[in-house]
Write a protein that binds this ligand. Structure first.
Ligand SMILES: Nc1nc2c(ncn2[C@@H]2O[C@H](COP(=O)(O)OP(=O)(O)OP(=O)(O)O)[C@@H](O)[C@H]2O)c(=O)[nH]1
Ligand SMILES: Nc1nc2c(ncn2[C@@H]2O[C@H](COP(=O)(O)OP(=O)(O)OP(=O)(O)O)[C@@H](O)[C@H]2O)c(=O)[nH]1
Ligand SMILES: [Mg+2]
Ligand SMILES: [Mg+2]
Lengths: 279, 290
């Protein structure tokens, strides 16, 4: 559709379908289509690739500032990263990937197994920690997740580790009591470092639609987010909900997950993202 | 709700004696926007609105003094009908073999346990077979759930040969005189040729009576391609929608059903093994329309 051919009603319709197909949602898809329609009314010679350029421009405008800032880790020792999100989004796997990344950079890392609820959650993160030779702090099934966070923080402090990554249990944003549990983790961390957690990232499954935006709103309200990770972008979904999230909450997207292996984590790049769509 | 949003469009219909293409078009535009914002696939939303338009231009609505209300009723009925068509029960046989497939994190392992628990109440003697050899502690997870619901679970931590594990698990379940055998598989992308090949080979070995796609109800527009590819690969007999205890509108359900025709059989409504229900098309229709 984004070729050298001249646009017509049929191809504009195809364009609209592609925009919705990327999970941009009504607001962003409409904005891009309106801009393309306006340009087409002015110039009937408009081509597919011109439309692509308009789309890319709108997206870059909307996603301005959406990348992680330079040197974002910060001065705290340990810098505490908390991964939260709904069930199955990829938090545990991402915890492992992040731990590995920092270890490769020569930083001391401690992982905290704060999912004390789900079946074999401890075994899962322990398998990763053993595989990657990362220090893990965990407790027994049904232990208090905030207590594990506390123990993990103490261990990181004792180890002089630079990074503490806390994996938490999946929870739907519609469950008030589970959102309260998150707040308890925050309170406990703040008893030891009032600036912690320094990074609170929502891990969002890139194959989901507009509900990701509501997830982000509710998690932000309950816990205070500082950023996002979008996973499973190695699938066919374009993760367009991240645009809706960024429009509303202006939270940078730190990383994208591109697979199940330890290396499958990339810093989010607006350029790469728009090229993949409008290339 | 859709009724609220259509309020303005429909108010214009109320005083109108006859339904016309024009006042109909405005109301239908609202329906299309409602469906798109519920993550219904672009083409499916278009087709659905067209089907409603055809039905609404029919005789009863034209004669009705409250065409607006008639249209809302048509929309709800059409949607519930589309969602609910097809055999929503499981194959009525013993022994019954069920293969669970789907994308990563959709809820396959948890749903395998839920299904076993539910069918035990219907008199089945289930066995769970752990065919996910990739995800760290996947076998531990299924084993833990199996213990919770007191169902025997076949595991093999020494093999990476999934079709062989499935076949051996089936034999083992038969020896244990289990008559409901549920095979949990690893999450996989529908575009992963090797892993799609694996479930094809597994299917050949275990000859399942049911192949269920376990799908997150919050899926976006790619739900159609996901369902289509899995269906073409292993011939799905049903869909299970999970995480309906969230607030996703669930338009993916309509998309998957409309494009593949595969019936939606169950819904996951929470993290516990009891949080499982047969699919209710009328409730889903309400949810999608918002
Ligand atoms: N293809 C792909 N799969 C991923 C990615 N990230 C995670 N996964 C897979 O998604 C599934 C769920 O990952 P988990 O890490 O268990 O997700 P979680 O958020 O910790 O899940 P809960 O703790 O149960 O809420 C696993 O099969 C992972 O291997 C990714 O970027 N791409
Ligand atoms: N709230 C809620 N959570 C669910 C539901 N079904 C499954 N889950 C949760 O979703 C997460 C993923 O479930 P799994 O059963 O591990 O998913 P899976 O498809 O087997 O994941 P992979 O094997 O990695 O592909 C877990 O945290 C489950 O407890 C549901 O209906 N509602
Ligand atoms: Mg986890
Ligand atoms: Mg699983």
């Amino acid at each position: 559709i984004f070729s050298g051919k001249k646009l017509d009603a049929a191809s504009i319709d195809e364009l609209e379908e592609a925009l919705y197909g990327a999970d941009f949602g009504v607001e962003t898809a409409t904005e891009i289509i309106d801009e393309i329609q306006a340009a087409y009314r002015k110039d009937k010679e408009l081509r597919g690739q011109d439309a692509a350029r308009i789309g890319a421009r709108v997206l870059e405008r909307v996603l301005e500032g959406a990348e992680a800032p330079e040197d974002w880790l910060g001065e705290a020792d340990p810098a505490v990263i908390c991964l939260i999100g709904v069930n199955g989004s990829g938090k545990t796997t991402t915890t492992a990937k992040l731990g590995w990344k920092f270890k490769e950079e020569g930083k001391g890392v401690v992982l905290g197994a704060c999912d004390t609820f789900r079946a074999a959650a401890n075994e899962q993160i322990k398998t990763w920690a053993d595989r990657l030779d990362l220090r893990l702090v965990a407790s027994h099934h049904n232990a208090d997740s905030a207590a594990v966070a506390y123990d993990a923080w103490q261990a990181a402090k004792g180890d002089n580790a630079k990074v503490l990554i806390l994996d938490t249990a999946g929870r739907l944003h519609t469950k008030g009591n589970l959102m309260e549990e998150l707040k308890k983790i925050r309170r406990v961390l703040q008893k030891h470092d009032e600036t912690a957690p320094h990074h609170a990232w929502l891990v969002v499954d890139g194959s989901l639609g507009s509900n990701s935006i509501e997830q982000a709103r509710k998690f932000h309200e309950a816990f205070g987010l500082t950023g996002l990770i979008v996973t499973k972008l190695d699938g066919t979904s374009r993760g367009g909900a991240l645009v809706g999230i960024y429009r509303e909450l202006q939270l940078p997207i730190y990383f994208v997950g591109l697979g199940e292996a330890k290396e499958d984590l990339q810093p989010f790049s607006v350029k790469n993202y728009t090229n993949a769509l409008f290339g | 709700s859709l009724t609220d949003r259509m309020g303005q469009a429909l108010r214009n219909l109320r005083g109108v004696g006859k339904l016309t293409e024009d006042n109909m078009a405005e109301a239908l535009k609202e329906v299309r926007t409602a469906l798109l914002s519920a993550d219904v696939h672009f083409k499916v939303a278009r087709q659905f609105v067209e089907d409603v338009r055809q039905a609404a231009m029919g005789q009863e609505v034209l004669k009705s003094v409250t065409p607006g209300q008639q249209i809302i009723k048509i929309i709800n009925d059409e949607l519930a009908k589309l969602l609910g068509e097809g055999t929503t029960g499981l194959a009525d046989k013993k022994p019954l073999r069920i293969m669970m497939v789907g994308l990563h994190g959709s809820g396959k392992t948890t749903t395998s346990a839920k299904l076993a628990k539910r069918l035990m109440k219907d008199g089945y003697k289930p066995a769970l077979i752990a065919c996910d050899v990739y995800r760290p502690a996947a076998i531990d997870q299924l084993e833990t759930l199996a213990k919770q619901i007191e169902v025997p679970c076949y595991t093999d931590r020494t093999s990476q040969d999934v079709p062989k594990i499935g076949r051996t698990g089936w034999d083992w379940a038969k020896e244990q005189e289990r008559n409901l055998i549920i095979f949990d598989t690893a999450g996989r992308l529908q575009i992963d040729e090797d892993l799609i090949g694996e479930i094809k080979k597994l299917k050949d070995k275990i000859v399942p009576d049911e192949v269920l796609l376990v799908a997150d109800s919050a899926l976006g527009q790619e739900a159609v391609n996901v369902a289509k590819h899995f269906h073409e690969a292993v011939n799905l007999t049903g869909i299970v929608l999970t995480k309906l205890d969230g607030d996703a509108r669930g338009g993916a359900a309509l998309s998957m059903k409309a494009i593949t025709g595969v019936p939606i059989k169950f819904m996951g409504t929470g993290e516990k093994t009891d949080d499982f229900d047969i699919f209710h098309p009328d409730r889903m229709a309400q949810r999608i329309l918002g």
